[in-house]
Structure formats: structure tokens, C-alpha cells
Design a protein around this ligand. Structure first.
Ligand code: MF3
Ligand code: CO
Length: 254
């Protein structure tokens, strides 16, 4: 069942999203060579809790951490751990914030220290793919329009679009209907309505879209060992167009 959110609910979700966005803005300064992804976990959890919110991933379907910290060929659901980050690591930090019962969800990618041309291009294409998807999140469009915009652009750039993990509805719970794939056929699928709140969160790989699972039951890796990148926003669909709930302002956009 898809729940439509009222203006009031969307405002509360935007407050949750603004807090989440401020965590990512802080992470831009925090992430540097020599720290570990466990340092990121502690920083994020303290920041969220000291601002009166709940780190909503903790305890979600048995997940133990405030963040997913997925490094290089890890696609998603990497566990934060005491591994030292070094120049040229690509880390995706994903989190959910619950503020006053409203949940927001946003993943952002960071390069540690000195980047490479390969990483710069993958990050730029992944971010642009996200915003091309968001442009399609309009009343009257269909779910397939979002996936098609992302897939056609990313594949034209020579990259693979992950199939196994998709965007989703969000509200008082992290994962709600509808499913929002990052691949698809324009004009197909559910019609988007005012009041739907969804995430768009493309995972884009330098090589194949195929993945393998870690025995830990959570972490997925690219099958070919290539790099994977991800950006995610929570978005409300309104008659005035897509409303970014987790926007980081000018600097965060493409
Ligand atoms: N933030 C993730 C998403 O984008 C949720 C991961 S599930 C968790 O959907 F258990 F790891 F939290
Ligand atoms: Co999500």
C-alpha cells in the first residue's frame, strides 16, 4: 500500500532531512586519510543523537550500525569498521535519521584525500544520474520514467546500473511502497501522485551491474571487483515539482 503524505508530514520529513543533510556536510570536512569508517560511524551517531534524533538504521532488520560505509568495490551495506582509509578510497556513507517520527534517507559518496580521473568521472556520472532521475519525479509521470532516465544516461557513459537494490517509498518507516528501480522503461509502471515520498539512490558500477554477497548476509560487492558509487536523496512529489528533503544546498548539487 502506498501512503500519501500531507503537507504537514512532508514538512516534518524535511526537518529530518535537513538534519541528515547537515551530517553529510560535516562529513565532507571529517573524511580524510588516516581515519577509519568506525570513526565515521561514531561521529554520525553522536551527531544525530546530540541533535535529538534517532539513528534509524540501528536495529532495522537486525542491522547494527547508524551508517552503511561501503568502500571501493562494496556496492552497499558495508559495515563501519576499524580499517584505515587511504588516499583514493571511494566511500559511500548511507544513513537514515528519525526526527519526531519522520524518517529521511540519504547516501553520499566521498573520495578520501587525493582522487583519480576514474573516480572523478564515476562520481560525476552517478550524481548526474541521480538528478536526472529526480527531474522525472513529477506528478503524472510514471516510475519507469525515473529508472529509464538513470539507466539510459549511465549506460551511455559505459557504466553498469545495479539491479539488486532499488529506491523506495519512505515515511514513518524506512522502506515503504512503491519500489523505485534505477532501470526501466519510460512510460511504464505506477503513476506518480502528489504526496508520495520516495528515495532515488542509483548505485553505478564502472563495470558489470552484477554483484556478489558477503557471507555476513548484508554487504554486496561488484562481481568484477570494479568501483561502485552511490548518491541518494529523499524526495517528495508535489504539484510544484520534486522537493528534495535531504538537499545539501548549492554545493551538493551538480
Ligand atoms: N539507507 C538504506 C537505504 O537506502 C537502508 C539500508 S538498510 C539498513 O535503503 F538496514 F542497512 F539500514
Ligand atoms: Co534508501
Amino acid at each position: 500500500m502506498i501512503t500519501l503524505k500531507s503537507k504537514r508530514e512532508i514538512e516534518t520529513m524535511a526537518e529530518s532531512g535537513a538534519l541528515l543533510a547537515s551530517v553529510h556536510k560535516e562529513l565532507r570536512k571529517f573524511i580524510k586519510p588516516g581515519i577509519t569508517s568506525w570513526d565515521i560511524e561514531v561521529f554520525v551517531r553522536d551527531y544525530i543523537e546530540s541533535h535529538g534524533a534517532i539513528a534509524a538504521q540501528i536495529g532495522y532488520e537486525g542491522y547494527k550500525y547508524a551508517t552503511c560505509c561501503s568502500i571501493n568495490d562494496e556496492i552497499c551495506h558495508g559495515f563501519p569498521r576499524k580499517k584505515v582509509l587511504k588516499d583514493g578510497d571511494l566511500i559511500k556513507v548511507d544513513m537514515c535519521v528519525n526526527l519526531n517520527g519522520a524518517i529521511s534517507d540519504s547516501c553520499w559518496a566521498y573520495v578520501v584525500g587525493k582522487s583519480t580521473d576514474e573516480i572523478d568521472r564515476l562520481m560525476a556520472v552517478t550524481k548526474k544520474a541521480l538528478y536526472l532521475g529526480i527531474e522525472q519525479a513529477q506528478v503524472g509521470n510514471r516510475i519507469g520514467d525515473i529508472g529509464h532516465a538513470i539507466q539510459s544516461y549511465a549506460e551511455q557513459e559505459g557504466y553498469g546500473v545495479v539491479r539488486d537494490f532499488i529506491g523506495h517509498g519512505i515515511g514513518p518507516t524506512i522502506h515503504e511502497s512503491p519500489a523505485v528501480p534505477h532501470y526501466g522503461v519510460a512510460g511504464k509502471g505506477l503513476r506518480l501522485k502528489e504526496g508520495m515520498v520516495i528515495t532515488i539512490e542509483p548505485m553505478i558500477n564502472t563495470g558489470t551491474w552484477k554483484m556478489k554477497m558477503d557471507p555476513n548476509g548484508w554487504t554486496s560487492y561488484t562481481l568484477d571487483g570494479g568501483l561502485s558509487c552511490q548518491y541518494e536523496h529523499s524526495i517528495a512529489i508535489t504539484n510544484e515539482g520534486p522537493l528534495l528533503l535531504t538537499s545539501q544546498g548549492e554545493e551538493g548539487t551538480y
